[in-house]
Design a protein around this ligand. Structure first.
Ligand code: ADP
Ligand code: MG
Length: 242
């Protein structure tokens, strides 16, 4: 298997004055290239902490994070920023769009670091916004769009520079049920089209229906890992029972 992410003995302890919070105890996992992977767990189980470590946004207390053969935990700030810009896209629960910029300006942002011309950036941003169904909202600001539309802008921003890995932290957490499925399917389809690796963090088992692998996290540890057939089987059982 073509492994793109490998995590070994990952631990994160936060210190709050004299208190210690063990957010991650000891996590081991591996994710293959092109895999659609869900990290599933209840609130406080350590999902966001895990994602932040893997994305190099925070340093672990202990353990190894190897992405494309490179040790993320050993990189300095500058190296990790460059690595993220070149390899990673993000979708957040609260969209994290820049409020003063239009849709097309937000989406063009990740391309600035790649050094392409403004003309090319706008062309690429415009095209991907059309792909997510927002061709008629290019010059709208976030406040002039619905939650579902803002999340589609943020999906376009995550994918515009064709990163090998896309992280999504509770991407549908602020959306209604219908929009949730639309947005979810859009992220999954975009990732599949270019064989990108997608990691979705969620507390909602229904969000995992498109996943190749579900990593269940509980109290900072991996509780179990389900692969595609088991996920399908579980959904089947649930449907038959209901
Ligand atoms: P999840 O995303 O699964 O809801 P988190 O990863 O955000 O969980 O949090 C896991 C645990 O770590 C929780 O108990 C949380 O309170 C704690 N935690 C997260 N971030 C911090 C922080 N910056 N400082 C102290 N404790 C934190
Ligand atoms: Mg979280």
């Amino acid at each position: 298997m073509n492994e793109i992410i490998k995590i070994k003995g990952l631990r994160k302890v936060y210190r709050m004055g004299k208190e210690k919070v063990v957010a991650l105890n000891s996590i081991d996992l591996s994710i293959n290239k092109g895999e659609i992977c869900c990290i599933l767990g209840t609130s406080g189980s350590g999902k966001s902490t895990l994602l932040n470590m893997v994305a190099g946004l925070e340093k672990p207390t202990r353990g190894e994070i190897i992405i494309k053969g490179k040790h993320i935990e050993k990189m300095n700030e500058k190296q990790v920023t460059k690595f993220r810009q070149e390899n990673v896209g993000f979708v957040f629960q609260s969209y994290n769009l820049l409020t003063s910029l239009t849709a097309i300006e937000n989406v063009a942002m990740p391309l600035i670091f790649g050094g392409c011309s403004k003309r090319k950036r706008n062309k690429m941003a415009g095209k991907i916004l059309k792909d997510v169904g927002l061709g008629d909202r290019l010059h709208h600001k976030p406040s002039e769009m619905s939650g579902g539309q803002q999340q589609r802008v943020s999906i376009a921003r995550a994918f515009v520079h064709s990163p090998e890995i896309v992280f999504a932290d509770e991407p549908t957490g602020n959306l209604d049920t219908k929009t949730t499925m639309e947005v979810l399917k859009m992220i999954v389809d975009m990732a599949k089209e270019k064989n990108q690796t997608l990691i979705i963090v969620t507390h909602d088992p229904e969000t995992c229906i498109f996943a190749d692998k579900v990593i269940h996290v509980r109290d900072g540890d991996v509780q179990k890992i389900e692969v595609k057939d088991e996920i399908a089987g579980r959904n089947k059982v649930e449907t038959t029972n209901s």
